[in-house]
Design a protein around this ligand. Structure first.
Ligand code: ADP
Length: 629
């Protein structure tokens, strides 16, 4: 047998194209060739289990080896091998409908993955790193003859008799001058770890030194010796491929460490995904402790296809909020080789999204139902995730309404429904709106919180970055519900009841009070109002408008609306016209003293808001001393 021929593509020379356009991603040649070796091995095992292969299956470990001097990398398997006819059919006739289509499409392709899978060019990716590729193969079929195929990177090939004596295939790459980085143990190990860590057939990459027990020393302590052992790079049965019933908590935690060896935190809990209809999907998703910081970048979800690592850029494959989770998704049904925009529209991807979202919501609902106390303890770590999910996905929100929790300043925890029930009567205003009061900084807003509590009102704690958005969400979903930050206005205005107090000042006196305070304050961003509040309220209160403040908060946490983000803070100064002190100030005949008192009352209001500092604080202290004296 000695046959020469041309690879049946009609483009002059495809290999320069492959090399040039796929250069950036060229490490995937190893993924492709090792995957082919795995496929060939699994085909053989299947034939054996069906009784169509009667021989001994034996050890099917795949070997990856390199020779620095000869500048070769060899991938050897003990799979089904190929006959000369099969080599011609599968290797020569490149499996795509037309070379012209390829040449047209590669122009638009953004990465190597896209071209390689789409056009069945797995094997040919070898030419990204090799000048010459050689195959030595022997088919499993009885009486098959060993075959050698060699191709030097042009479109011509040569088939001759081969030298393989055992069933299977060697693919020998003669590495080109630009790709010598791959003739390095560390580099190859790194690529194998990345793509092959969980392949279903053992992959051996040389040997490694290991320490083994070696009896005891004189003092009876165990001794160890160094031995060379096979360097098997993969775990062929990662946890996600097993049935959940076979796994204990320790196994899930151990697998987490296997996935993220550098992670310090343990996950809180996990979901084992297992679907086979209408699409195929397995995987394990872990809930990390999230707290305030979005650790999206740290431990990413890894996407596999039949245990071959594909990517950890799952942005278009799982809904964005789920990217806060860690773990593995394995699905042969995700079309990995199409463009990203196409992916989002793909019906399988949509179904997969919906499925994962539902599973995650169901898991949380179950944890909440079966162990509410435990769930409440974990809440601070998952709140961000749940709220983010509710804001971005209606279906998720529907379910999450049952287990999304609110906490008040007393540390009491309620579901949304329970809370609505709790405040619906007492915090209803004259128009029938229920007003939820909240604080984003309980220490700083303590004065306001105390006043609210004295009225019998409840104050929620909403202090995470996502809460400025979540506040708006609760309002949207709740019927006649409004949320107001506890320092957004004086309490009587926050929840306005029917019986508005009558102002004890005349119109004249009111006007005088406004003038007096405006003069004492003399700041552009502070507007003075006189209101009829109860006598127990402070004489002067400084507040910031809920709407403007909320827009500013949202702008800060990335909710758009940068217009508000750049606005200065505007404060409302409420002078309590019914407070005895105001009446006293107004009736003071000494204008000097009048100004002093007005300033003092205003500074007190600023002080309770944490707005008094520097020189003004010093002046306030001095003035206080002289007023006391
Ligand atoms: P794909 O794997 O997507 O079919 P490839 O270009 O990688 O495309 O391979 C083409 C074909 O060549 C495979 O489908 C298989 O039939 C054959 N092949 C490749 N590598 C091997 C191997 N190591 N052993 C047996 N057959 C192989």
């Amino acid at each position: 047998m000695n046959e020469k021929g041309n690879i049946s593509i009609h483009t002059e020379n495809i290999f320069p194209v492959i090399k040039k356009f796929l250069y950036s991603d060229n490490e995937i040649f190893l993924r492709e060739l090792v995957s082919n070796a795995v496929d060939a091995t699994q085909k053989l095992k299947r034939l054996a289990s069906l009784g169509q292969y009667k021989g001994e299956v034996g050890d099917v470990t795949i070997d990856v080896a390199f020779d620095e001097k000869a500048k070769t990398i060899t991938i050897s398997d003990r799979g089904i091998g190929m006959t000369a006819e099969e080599v011609k059919k599968y290797i020569n006739q490149i499996a795509f409908s037309g070379a012209t289509e390829f040449v047209e499409k590669f122009k638009e392709a953004k990465d190597a993955n896209e071209i390689i899978g789409r056009f069945g060019l797995g094997f040919y990716s070898a030419f990204m790193v090799a000048d010459k590729v050689e195959i030595q193969t022997l088919s499993y079929q009885e009486g098959a003859e060993p075959t050698r195929w060699v191709c030097d990177g042009s479109t011509s090939y040569q088939i001759t008799e081969g030298n393989r004596t055992a069933r299977g295939t060697d693919v020998i790459l003669h590495i080109n001058a630009d790709s010598e980085e791959f003739l390095d143990k560390g580099r190859l190990q790194e690529i194998l770890d990345k793509y092959g860590k969980f392949l279903p057939v053992p992959i051996r990459f040389g040997t490694r030194t290991s320490s083994e027990p070696d009896g005891e020393d004189k003092e009876g302590k165990p001794k160890y010796k160094s031995v060379e052992v096979d360097n098997i790079i993969n775990n062929t049965q990662p946890a996600w491929t097993k049935a959940p019933s076979e796994l204990k908590d320790e196994d899930y935690l151990a697998f987490y460490r296997e996935l993220y060896p550098y992670s310090l935190d343990e996950p809180l809990f996990w979901i084992h995904l297992n679907v086979d209809y209408p699409f195929n999907l397995t995987g394990i998703l872990y809930f990390p402790k999230l707290k305030e910081n979005f650790e999206i970048q740290k431990n990413k979800i890894k996407l596999y296809s039949r245990q071959v690592f594909i990517t950890d850029e799952v942005k278009d494959i799982v809904p964005e909020f789920l990217m806060l989770l860690h773990g593995v998704i394995d699905s042969p049904d995700i079309p990995l080789n199409v463009s990203r925009s196409f992916l989002q529209a793909d019906s399988n991807v949509k179904k997969i999204n919906a499925h994962i979202t539902k599973k995650v919501a169901d898991k949380l609902a179950e944890l909440f139902k079966t162990d509410r106390k435990g769930f409440e303890e974990k809440w601070p770590d998952i709140a961000l995730f749940v709220k983010y999910g509710m804001l971005s996905d209606d279906k998720f929100a529907e379910k999450a309404n049952e287990f999304c929790l609110l906490k008040n300043t007393e540390g009491e925890i309620y579901t949304l429904k329970e809370y609505a029930e709790k405040v619906k009567d007492i915090q209803q205003d004259k128009d029938g709106h229920v007003i939820y009061l909240y604080t984003n900084d309980a220490a700083q807003q303590d004065g306001y919180i105390t006043t609210a509590k004295e009225r019998g009102y409840d104050v929620l704690v909403m202090d995470s970055p996502i809460d400025s958005h979540f506040v708006a969400y609760i309002e949207q979903k709740g019927e006649k519900t409004q949320l107001k930050r506890v320092d957004a206005d004086v309490i009587d205005k926050l929840i306005q009841k029917e019986d508005t107090k009558t102002l004890q000042l005349t119109e004249e006196e009111s006007k005088k009070a406004v003038e007096l305070f405006e003069k004492a304050i003399s700041r552009d961003n502070m507007k003075v109002y006189v209101e009829a509040l109860s006598e127990s309220e402070l004489p002067v209160t400084v507040t910031i408008d809920e709407f403007i403040r909320r827009m500013k908060d949202m702008a800060q946490t990335g909710g758009g609306m940068s217009f508000y983000g750049s606005m200065p803070d505007n404060y409302k100064v409420t002078v309590n016209g019914n407070h005895p002190l105001i009446k006293r100030i107004l009736s003071d005949e000494n204008t000097e003293e009048q100004q002093q008192l007005a300033k003092q009352a205003f500074d007190l209001a600023l002080l309770s808001r944490g707005l008094l500092s520097g020189n003004e604080l010093t002046n306030f202290v001095k003035r206080s001393v002289s007023l006391i004296g």
